[in-house]
Write a protein that binds this ligand. Structure first.
Ligand SMILES: [Ca+2]
Ligand SMILES: [Ca+2]
Ligand SMILES: [Ca+2]
Length: 336
């Protein structure tokens, strides 16, 4: 016990010392996401980085922010896509139970987590609540994990390791998803295409919004929040699609027949030191439109109380409201 306390103390002092001479630079996502031949991130020029771009997702539709849930407790993650010729993107992550990760020392209490979520969900200068499609600037530390360099707190709760999210352009709009076909990311044998230069294959699209047209879902039985379905194209190539936890995956049935998919291209490799697999598409919510697996974000009908967007207010809407009565979105409600 004493040894643990001493070790934690030494770690804290080390981090404080490191903070004094902290180096920071604005980098492109392209620079930050450079990899070696094994797919391991190589960026190490500064301690902290500043990145800018467009937020691709609402965090609570990707990971559950509720304190005490899941292995890592409440979690928060957004993807930020680079603009112009900065053809890359970066995930920004915060979790509650860092102490469960090897070599890490602290975790957040429920109250501390909610305070952190309230802080990073809003622009510190205006109080504006961030949403997908906003232009932002993130300043923070970073850590490599299973194929990507993520901006995070290096899994420590010390305030010196906080990251900051600041608003650059409210409602800039989501980027146009880049249309890809599965033969651009899978070879003839249906294996992932890895290219260290990141100019082709899966690495080129990592952490960016893509669109795959004319595919079908071959395992609709996996349709559930946080589930993983598989799409297949006419050549027989397949790709996993991770479903987020947006309420549409409960409210609507899995789309059938030939569909299109709009998703964040992600990687979470099977290994830590060789990271050339584990690519997947991540769709965080679905609006039930039947043709495109996405949430278009433009609800029709203009009828307050029509929760399931079927253009009438009835018991189905009431039952959903009743089931969520007095619910409070962690990190968004009751801030301050
Ligand atoms: Ca990668
Ligand atoms: Ca923090
Ligand atoms: Ca309705």
């Amino acid at each position: 016990m004493n040894r643990t306390i001493v070790l934690v103390g030494i770690l804290a002092l080390t981090l404080v010392a490191a903070t004094k001479g902290t180096t920071v630079a604005e980098v492109t996502h392209w620079e930050l996401q450079a990899v070696d031949a094994d797919g391991v991130g190589t960026y190490n020029a500064t301690d902290k980085v500043i990145i800018t771009g467009i937020v691709l997702n609402n965090p609570e539709e990707m990971l559950n922010p509720t304190p005490g849930t899941g292995y890592m407790g409440g979690e928060w993650q957004i993807y930020i896509q680079g603009e112009g010729n900065d053809h890359a993107g970066t995930a920004v992550y915060l979790g509650q139970y860092y102490a469960k990760v090897g070599g890490q020392s602290g975790s957040y209490t429920d109250e501390q987590l909610l305070s952190e979520l309230c802080r990073i969900n809003r622009d510190p200068n205006t109080g504006y609540t961030f949403a997908a499609g906003d232009g932002v600037k993130v300043t923070g530390w970073y850590k490599f994990y299973k194929g990507k360099i993520n901006v995070n707190e290096q899994h420590e709760t010390l305030p010196a390791l906080d990251f900051e999210v600041e608003l650059l352009e409210p409602a800039a709009g989501l980027p146009q998803p880049e249309a890809i076909t599965l033969d651009m990311v899978k070879d003839d044998g249906d294996q992932y295409i890895f290219d260290q230069t990141r100019l082709t294959g899966c690495e080129y699209y990592q952490a960016r919004l893509v669109r795959v047209n004319d595919v079908n879902i071959i395992n609709p039985g996996n349709w559930t929040p946080d589930g993983t379905i598989t799409i297949m194209d006419s050549t027989g190539r397949t790709f996993p699609v991770k479903l987020g936890i947006g309420d549409g995956f409960t409210r609507y049935d899995c789309p059938t027949g030939q569909i299109d998919v709009i998703a964040i291209f992600d990687q979470e490799s099977s290994g830590y030191m060789v990271c050339k697999d584990g690519y997947r598409l991540w769709v965080v919510d679905y609006d039930g439109n039947g043709l495109v697996l996405t949430d278009r974000g433009h609800k029709r009908g203009n009828l307050p109380g029509d929760i399931n967007a079927d253009f009438k207010v009835d018991f189905i809407d009431f039952a959903e409201m009743a089931a969520n009565w007095l619910g409070c979105a962690p990190g968004l409600c009751d801030c301050d």
